[in-house]
Design a binder for this molecule. Structure first.
Ligand code: SAH
Length: 356
């Protein structure tokens, strides 16, 4: 058992079993041992790598998408650009560089980065120190006043939010909890009582043993975003792996050094994430309207990734094969092209969004 597992075990011994959501929060954000709180989690050295770390074009296109939506909505005054979970700051750096072609948008922006991890915030501050615009950091979206048009971007953020799991039994939907086995190790167990939840309609029946995942934090977040967009305008762009319409099933996974690991093994040393249930998020964001999900491949193609790759390669022929390899990883179905989905929210009366 590592030090965080011992801490979690002591909490269970004293206060009883934890929901998986509480376990995830401790494993990811414990201030001393949490995965995001203390280690360099993202990139080649970390547990996993992400689209903005693979190609600069990813962040560039997300930034330009915001500028295009701002133009389409009639260039509202005082727009605010918010990134949720900016990781190493790469996406924002690439977006801001691309946005220099649109000074009317770029110069009027207030920019806010939402980051829970002090280690990653420090890395973002360093990475963005020379970007030439004022930036502000907050710990949570709820720290941002809902008083300006909101242009929100988030890559692989929703999948990091804690989920709860419920298993269909003869007694009803029982919550899967984290508890201790007879030898004192962390173990899963079902709550003896059925929970008062009703999963939203989905494909197929819930057979005995079916698993339903509920993401309360993600649902609350899109509800807030939907309210902000409806009041002030703007749009939100989320890229994540997830599903639009699916039967029951569990998607919670642990990744350590680019390999799958056991969820309860070595908490704090692996990334925990779950697929995003876009249909439920769409319902919760109403009256804001939901767009997509579309595949990352289709979205980036529509936004002109091929033309931008050609331009980069022509400008720097030595890097041509590197540019092509990065783009291929973002687009190919074998890597990220179809597993990753793009989902957007906008006010119900907004013009169509680019890429959807
Ligand atoms: N968007 C980045 C990083 C993705 S990893 C990229 O594409 O490379 C998830 C990011 O979200 C990390 O920066 C992590 O610290 C942050 N994060 C996770 N849960 C969070 C929460 N509840 N509140 C704020 N930030 C969170």
């Amino acid at each position: 058992m590592n030090a965080l597992a011992e801490r979690i075990a002591r909490s269970i011994a004293g206060n009883g079993p934890l929901t998986i959501a509480t376990f995830m929060t401790m494993a990811l954000h414990d201030p001393y041992f949490g995965f995001y709180a203390v280690r360099e989690s993202i990139g080649a050295q970390g547990a996993f790598t992400t689209a903005p770390e693979i190609s600069q074009i990813f962040g560039e296109l997300m930034g330009l998408w915001c500028a295009q939506v701002w133009c389409d909505q009639g260039r509202p005054a005082h727009p605010r650009l918010v990134e949720l979970g900016p990781g190493r700051g790469t996406l924002m750096a690439d977006a801001l560089r691309a946005l220099r072609v649109m000074p009317e948008f770029c110069d009027s922006l207030e920019i806010v980065l939402v980051e829970a991890s002090p280690v990653l915030e420090a890395m973002q501050r360093e990475r963005l120190a020379t970007c030439g615009v004022a930036l502000r950091w907050v710990k949570s979206l709820s720290d941002i006043e809902p008083d300006r048009p909101l242009f929100l971007i988030a890559n692989e953020f929703l999948d990091a939010l804690p989920i709860r799991q419920f298993v269909r039994t003869e007694r009803g939907w029982c919550e899967r909890m984290v508890t201790l086995d007879t030898s004192g190790e962390l173990a899963f167990a079902l709550s003896p009582f059925a929970a008062a939840i009703q999963p939203p309609p989905r494909r197929g029946d819930a057979d005995l043993g079916a698993v339903f995942e509920l993401a309360p934090a993600a649902l609350a977040l899109v509800e807030d975003v939907g309210r902000m967009l409806t009041a002030e305008g703007g749009a939100a762009l989320f890229v994540d792996y997830g599903y639009a319409d699916q039967g029951f099933g569990e998607t919670l996974q642990a990744v350590r050094h680019h390999q799958r690991a056991g969820i309860l093994d070595a908490p704090g040393e692996s990334d925990l994430s779950a697929h995003v249930d876009f249909a439920s998020l769409a319902r919760n964001a109403a009256p804001a309207s939901a767009h997509g999900p579309v595949s990352q491949q289709a979205f980036l193609r529509q936004l002109g990734i091929a033309a931008r790759a050609e331009q980069l390669a022509a400008r720097n022929p030595d890097a041509a094969s590197e540019v092509a390899a990065g783009v291929a990883r973002l687009l190919n179905p074998e890597s990220m092209g179809t597993l990753f989905k793009v989902f957007a929210l906008a006010p119900g009366n907004a013009p169509p969004l680019p890429g959807f």
